[in-house]
Design a protein around this ligand. Structure first.
Ligand code: DAH
Length: 385
């Protein structure tokens, strides 16, 4: 700040003019001279000395700075309205017009240098503060992590997928049919007329007299044959429904896999070959396969297909009723009556079909003893797959 006394002494020739400027942080004012003709003479060097002194001062001050607020304080002290450099700049007017540009240049240069120093420090402090903040927000690796629950594929879907893959590898195609089905496709066209006793085993949920929830996937066979001529090699998977009370081996909703192959000269030998291949792929090469005579209205001859017990290796245990065998599906040569229903000539074509329950296969494969586990959605069970 200008010393008032010195102002009143403006009578002093310019050459000897004294300006008092406080140095930042100093209690007492330190006299400082701006003298005319400061270039190349002793007095002129004083302004240069002063600016050097100011710069040295701010550098040491900046070393002590702790935060952005300190920097702001310094900015005010040096470059603010009453700052050291500003006051000096204001005093330029007292110099002669020839001296003014040189002194102005020197002071403006100093000002820019101070601005740069402040800016550099500011950036440095900001970076440090940001680092500190980030460290504070960082992950505390000493805390146990929160577990993210992963979904898994349902065991029934796993089995369906696996079965599909096996038959796809044999050249079968995948077909679909409706779950809400016509009585005609579910029974009639499969050689199960209205009064047929086979209907007793497959009571369903009826929407109307002619529409029901399908009791098996066999109606897809009819829908496919109606649409196309042989050769046919298809499998169809999906949900089926029966009016059964739920217990460890029954569920009113379950899944089936249907298979159908129709061509010229298809024999029971083809059926045996395909299903044996399937069993070996699904349960392992050391499984034995047995074709037991059976009855289905839509196949002739018909068979129940058994696989040697996985638990006792065929020796006999409680799981297989001490027979050494487990039943896994029904199968047979397509009945000529079925071919007639879809307009195929039974003299020209022959075929085989099979049908199995996905739950039964999954229970055998994974050693599950209660079908209800598949549908209770208990995560402790589902998480195991
Ligand atoms: N649809 C029969 C059922 O649900 C299973 C079946 C047996 C399907 C023999 C077939 C077959 O295609 O040939 O009990």
């Amino acid at each position: 700040m200008l010393n008032k006394k010195s102002r009143s002494k403006r009578v002093v020739p310019r050459k000897r003019l004294i300006i008092f400027v406080p140095l930042p942080g100093e209690e007492n004012y330190k006299p400082f001279f701006i003298l005319s003709r400061f270039i190349n003479d002793e007095e002129g060097i004083l302004l240069e000395n002063k600016t050097k002194e100011i710069k040295k001062e701010i550098v040491s001050e900046l070393n002590r700075v702790k935060d952005l607020k300190d920097i702001e304080k310094l900015r005010v002290e040096y470059l603010g309205r009453k700052g050291v450099v500003t006051l000096l700049l204001r005093k330029l007017g007292i110099l002669s017009p020839e001296e003014r540009p040189k002194a102005g240049q020197l002071l403006n240069q100093t000002k820019r240098e101070i601005e740069d120093l402040l800016k550099t420090k500011e950036v440095e402090i900001e970076k440090l503060e940001k680092e500190k903040r980030l460290q504070g927000e960082g992950i505390d690796i000493t805390l146990p992590g929160r577990k993210i629950d992963k979904g898994a594929i349902h065991p029934i879907n796993l089995v369906l997928k696996e079965i599909e893959e096996i038959f796809l590898s044999l050249g079968f195609k995948i077909e679909e049919g409706p779950e809400v089905e016509l009585d005609y496709y579910n029974f009639e066209a499969l050689n199960i007329p209205k009064d047929h006793p086979a209907r007793d085993d497959q009571d369903s949920f009826y929407i109307s007299r002619e529409i029901l929830l399908r009791t098996h996937t066999s109606p897809v066979e009819i829908r496919v044959m109606e649409k196309q001529l042989p050769p046919i090699r298809i499998i169809a998977t999906g949900k089926c429904y029966r009016r059964d009370a739920a217990d460890s081996t029954h569920s009113p909703m379950f899944h089936q896999i249907e298979g159908l192959a129709v061509d010229k000269d298809i024999t029971f030998g083809d059926l045996k070959g395909v299903l044996t291949f399937f069993v070996h792929k699904m349960f392992g090469k050391d499984r034995k396969v047995r074709f037991r005579p059976g009855y289905f209205p839509f196949t002739e001859p018909s068979a129940e297909v058994d696989v040697s017990c996985l638990l006792c290796q065929g020796k006999g245990c409680s799981a297989c009723g001490y027979s050494g065998w487990l039943e896994i599906m029904g199968a047979g040569e397509t009945d000529p009556a079925v071919f007639k229903m879809v307009g195929y000539d039974p003299e020209k074509y022959s075929g085989f079909a099979f049908g199995m329950g996905a739950e039964r296969i999954a229970m055998l494969k994974y050693g599950i003893n209660d079908i209800r586990l598949f549908f209770e959605n208990d995560l402790r069970f589902l998480k195991q797959f």
